[in-house]
Each structure stands twice: as C-alpha cells, then as structure tokens.
Design a protein around this ligand. Sequence first.
Ligand code: ZN
Ligand code: ZN
Length: 155
Amino acid sequence: MITKNSVALAADATLRARGLRLTRQRRIILEVVRATDAHPTAAFVYRRVRRRLPRVSLATVYRNLRTLAAEGFVAERADPSGARFDGNTAPHDHFTCVACGRIYDVPPRADRAVRARVATRTGFEVLNHRTEFYGRCVACRRHGRRSPVKGQRRS
Ligand SMILES: [Zn+2]
Ligand SMILES: [Zn+2]
C-alpha cells in the first residue's frame, strides 16, 4: 500500500536527485497538489498550504508551483480560468464538465493514427498530442445541470 508518507519520501528523494532545493514549503505545496484530483488553481493550493504555513504568500506558492512544473513534478495546464496544476504526471487526457467546470482525468487516447495523419498533412514531426473532451459529468447529468455554475468564468 502506498501511504502518504511513502509518497512524500519518494518525492523528497526525487527532488534531491534532481538537485532541486528541498524546502519544507515546496514539499508541502507538492503534497497539496498531489492530494487532490481537482486540477487546482494556484489560489486553491495557496488556501490549502496556508493552513500549514500561515505566513506563506500567494506569490510564493505560485512561484514554487511553476518551479515544480518546470521540473516535471506537477503538470501545468492553461485553462480559460487561469493556470491549473495537476499532480498526476502520468500521460492522460482531460474531460471538462461544461456545467460544473470540473476537470476530470480520463485515460489517454494513445491513437498513433491521429499523429501520423497530422504529420502527413503538415510535414510536422509530431512528438505528442493531447485530446480535450468537453461535456457533462456524471453528477451534472444526474442533477440535470446544463448551464455553467454561477460565478464561474467561461471563455
Ligand atoms: Zn459537472
Ligand atoms: Zn489531469
């Protein structure tokens, strides 16, 4: 069984191996991102981190998130609502619910034919590709929610 502690220890070891300065702050930020599958914004991470580090600033949390993303410990994705961070760094695609705005992980579509087709049409060397799904999640279908939740910015 993978305990929270063993995950944290593994993260420590990887951080050290890559020569990234391991501060308590950075470790806590990483733990917060990995503990949720909500693809949080920096503001969300900041609120959680602040419970454990009351004096931390949003700017510091954001800067550390960018560093962790640059080092590959978390994934960063651009979203209409701002940058979102993903503790799941394994290959996967995303499903965005248009009713509640939640971003879900879905299995990657390892469809090499798509890459080949794009490569053939454009002459580009395609190294990677990502598929974004949009629709209504199970909870929203069940509750008949159709329109975006109030207060949520959509583009
Ligand atoms: Zn939903
Ligand atoms: Zn994800």
